[in-house]
Design a protein around this ligand. Structure first.
Ligand code: ADP
Length: 488
């Protein structure tokens, strides 16, 4: 908007017409005071100011405008019929004005000047608005930076207080904070504690983690600086993610040596106990069988002997399971694989199971001639486990389906389906875990929760994949798939 200040309405009128013809918005004032009042209420791009006015003249108005913060930057074009000599022109400039036009007005020159000032005004406004935006952005960034620093300080404070060795690192993996405990295991803040020569290389794991942008969890032994006293620690590193970007890594070494020792002692105990139990049990079994031969067997004594043998066999299989567990723990569960017909192993195992469970119907869908590379005894152990679980966890059903087939990927599929208590969805993942038993087991069946774990370890060594599906209350299907020998 342009403000025209002239005491003569006809002058205002003619100027206004010229400017409005060229699409400028125009306002007017007929005296200095009115002009000053208007400039305080409204912002103008330019003021065209008549010098000679009754009361306050143009120069006085310009001086007052230049003294006010709100108005001092508005460009002014003086209009004068008389003050054409240099003295007046100079006076005009020194009072803050920018240009000067004499009357009679040349419309072209006026327009040229108005357009120039107007453009300048627009550019100036854009500049100011850009500056403001920049300032705002800058402040926002500063604030965000301060917040990040504040958060980092908070995190460092927490990490300083926890009992673990703790550190943080930049997204690129440079360690930028370590707590005091760090120095018990490493002399330098930027260098990981040295690990036991037999344990995974922490620097390599660190690099892999950075590349994958995934959390890291590693059990390793680290020693206090200057000693060879290695203790087991759990190294856990998590990314701090903001707006889908890793902004920091936070890591801790937790001393788990105590737990490790307890587990080791438990494993040792299991191993020794099962070995020690095995020998006398084998003798008991042999003597009972001998007894059956040397005494005159009556119906009652036969019954007692049979029952004793059933209990001895149960104990024997329990001890075998415990022995297997300790072998797995020590990496000693080893057996040879040889080419065999799966159907042969299955039919002999089913025959045996039919004797153990005479009132259960084991329905085999078809005979298979699949050849696999396997260990017959261990495969038998898996089949027995699947089927005895199917019996054990289906107390009200006497029907079990045994399924064999060749998959489209040319693998052997073996499954055992029961119609028993089933397994809840949330427990499905865990049934193959060591010592896992469903706690609300509706069947109240007894067990140690290691059978399926041993099966999974046996099947791993057969290159086989194990699975389960179940409908809670309606039964379960345990299965594995194993490569056929022709496709090994
Ligand atoms: P155990 O039978 O000695 O407890 P397993 O390792 O064989 O140990 O099985 C682990 C757990 O999985 C069992 O305790 C039981 O809760 C569940 N489970 C296994 N087989 C079945 C099945 N056929 N139906 C329902 N639950 C089962």
């Amino acid at each position: 908007m342009i403000l025209i200040v002239d005491d003569r309405p006809e002058n205002i009128y003619s100027l206004k017409s010229i400017l409005e013809l060229h699409s400028f918005e125009v306002d007017s004032a007929t005296g200095g005071e009115e002009a000053l009042r208007k400039t305080l209420k409204q912002s103008y791009a330019l003021i065209i100011l008549d010098v000679q006015m009754p009361g306050m003249d143009g120069f006085e108005v310009a001086e007052l405008l230049s003294g006010n913060l709100l108005t001092r930057d508005i460009p002014i074009i003086f209009l004068s019929a008389v003050n054409t000599d240099k003295r007046f022109i100079t006076k005009g400039y020194s009072s803050g004005a920018i240009d000067y036009i004499t009357k009679p007005i040349d419309a072209d020159i006026l327009l040229l000047k108005v357009k120039t000032f107007h453009r300048l005004y627009e550019q100036n406004r854009e500049l100011i608005s850009t500056q403001m935006k920049l300032k705002e952005e800058n402040e926002f960034r500063k604030k965000a930076q301060a917040q990040v620093q504040e958060k980092a300080k908070e995190l460092d404070g927490i990490l300083a207080a926890i009992p673990q060795v703790a550190f943080t690192a930049t997204p690129a993996g440079k360690i930028d904070f370590v707590n005091d405990r760090w120095y018990a295991y490493s002399a330098l803040a930027g260098v990981f504690p040295s690990t036991h020569p037999e344990d995974p290389d922490v620097n390599l794991a660190w690099r892999l983690m950075l590349n994958a942008r995934q959390p890291l969890e590693l059990e390793l032994r680290i020693a206090r600086t200057g000693t060879a006293d290695y203790r087991f620690h759990l190294l856990r590193v998590l990314p701090v993610v903001e707006h889908a970007e890793v902004v920091k890594w936070v890591g801790t070494f937790t001393d788990i040596d105590e737990q490790k020792q307890v587990v080791k002692r438990k494993d040792e105990f299991l191993s020794i106990a099962s070995h020690e139990l095995k020998t006398p049990l084998t003798s008991i079994k042999a003597y009972v069988q001998l007894l059956e031969k040397v005494i005159t067997v009556t119906e009652t004594s036969k019954n007692f002997i049979d029952r004793t043998l059933i209990q001895v066999n149960k104990l024997d299989s329990l001890i075998n399971d415990l022995l297997d567990i300790s072998k797995i723990e020590n990496g000693k569960l080893r057996f040879d694989l040889e080419p065999l017909l799966f159907g042969d192993v299955l039919s002999s195992t089913l025959e045996m199971l039919a004797q153990i469970y005479p009132d259960v119907s084991l329905e085999l869908n078809e005979k298979t001639d699949a050849r696999v590379l396997a260990n017959a005894m261990r495969l038998e152990q898996v089949i027995i486990n699947f089927i005895s679980n199917a019996v054990k966890y289906a107390p009200n059903s006497k029907h079990i389906q045994v399924i064999t087939r060749i998959t489209p990927d040319k693998e052997l599929y073996f499954g055992v389906r029961d119609f028993g208590i089933g397994i809840q969805e949330e427990n499905l993942d865990q049934v193959f875990g060591k010592f896992f038993r469903v706690s609300d087991d509706a069947s109240q069946a007894q067990g140690l929760g290691i059978g399926l774990y041993i099966c999974s370890e046996i099947l791993k060594r057969h290159n086989a994949r194990l699975g389960v599906s179940s409908e809670y209350g309606n039964g379960s299907l345990f299965y594995f798939t194993m490569p056929l020998l022709e496709h090994e």
